[in-house]
Design a protein around this ligand. Structure first.
Ligand SMILES: [Fe+2]
Length: 376
């Protein structure tokens, strides 16, 4: 398995597994799941890959973060009259778990507050949600409050709904998991989603449809806290740097695995230090899956800085949270601040598949903002 395939195999969006057992072609030439995998309570969410579905380049669109309109006291999202509300900080600065709020029932003002609250906490796990029972069109309309729904270039999607990104790992793909761990010691693959786009996602939703009893957690790292942990001198050095983010390896890996490429891959430079439009806080906007090099630096110089940032954020357990899944859980995170990785630690143990849907609204063109007193 090549380096790029390895990355792709662990990116949960990938086209993977023993294709002869898991996939077949339907009458229109689309790849669909077959056998046990074709059966699900959430059959309309099962992934399909249509090689004939092609899209042109994404066009720039105007974006204003809904969090900017939000009441900072969150009167709708965290209403004081809601006696069922339970809000638990997972760590002091990063991550919250909420029970007693139904995301599907939020008003427009409540959704604005959600965007702001998620920006302030990085990642929020909502329990006992009914979004998975809503029609797909309804979900896409809901997500469009937070930005333009992104169409993923390579991932499986429900038939006719390429704007839904599906995470799917077959219960029958055990053999391929074993061969992965024959060659690798960890499935951790830190990334922020599709950062190669000119306007990458901000507020992002992942809902579990079917998953193991235990395992398959998602881990998140706070790249905002990571930035402020660095010395002022080092932060100052990082300011002004731009990093290339590339979707080429992902597209190549999909083609090599017999998957699809809906839209030709793009590459974009983004500032290494990114300012959040709502909180005005800075974060390190790099990830080993899509970031490639720092503009204007020689290769070794770029590698030294990027690898330092990847290594330190990957092992800093004191800026991370681990989100577990329960039936109905929806995790909402801000892709501008939280990097994440799925954990493949259950495969081959309990015969479960892992099936989740992601709503991925695109947000602002990343900007660095001014170097402030806090940053120097
Ligand atoms: Fe992801």
């Amino acid at each position: 398995m090549s380096k790029t395939e390895t990355i792709q195999a662990i990116d949960a969006s990938s086209f993977h597994g023993d294709k002869s057992k898991i996939y077949s072609k339907d009458e229109k030439g689309r790849l669909v799941l077959s056998g046990e995998d074709a059966e699900s309570k959430y059959a309309h969410f099962l992934p399909t890959w249509d090689p004939n579905e092609k899209f042109g380049p994404l066009e720039e669109f105007e974006f204003s973060d809904p969090g900017l309109r939000a009441d900072p006291t969150f009167p709708n999202l965290l209403s004081k009259s809601n006696t069922n509300l339970k809000v638990k900080s997972l760590t002091p600065k990063f991550g919250t778990e909420i029970r007693g709020v139904q995301l599907s029932e939020l008003s427009s003002a409540g959704k604005d507050e959600l965007a702001r609250f998620v920006a302030e906490r990085g990642v929020v796990v909502f329990r006992e949600q009914d979004l998975k029972d809503k029609p797909i069109d309804w979900l896409l309309d809901y997500a469009s409050h937070f930005g333009r729904n992104h169409i993923h270039p390579t991932s499986g999607a429900p038939r006719g709904h390429p704007e839904i990104h599906l995470v799917y790992r077959s219960a029958t793909a055990k053999a391929s998991e074993h061969s992965f761990f024959d060659e690798h010691i960890s499935s951790t693959a830190w990334h922020s989603d599709v950062t190669y786009e000119r306007q990458p996602p901000g507020t992002t939703f992942l809902g579990m449809l079917d998953g193991p009893e235990t395992g398959g957690d998602t881990i998140y790292t706070d790249t905002q806290e990571a930035y402020y942990r660095l010395s002022k001198s080092f932060r100052k050095r990082l300011h002004g740097l731009e990093v290339l983010h590339s979707g080429v390896a992902q597209a190549n890996a999909s083609r090599a695995a017999g998957g699809i490429v809906r839209r030709e891959p793009v590459e974009n430079f983004h500032p290494l230090v990114r300012e959040h439009p709502v909180t005005k806080k800075k974060a390190l906007y790099v990830n080993p899956q899509f970031s490639r090099y720092i503009k204007g630096f020689k290769r070794e110089e770029s590698d030294a800085i990027l690898n330092f940032l990847y290594d330190f954020t990957a092992r800093a357990a004191d800026i991370q949270v681990r989100a577990s899944w329960e039936p109905g859980s929806i995790t909402v995170w801000d892709n501008r601040r939280a990097t994440h990785s799925a954990l493949v630690d259950w495969a081959g143990l309990d015969g479960s598949r892992r099936h989740a849907f992601r709503l991925t609204p695109q947000a602002d063109i990343p900007t660095e903002g001014e170097l402030s007193d806090d940053d120097e």
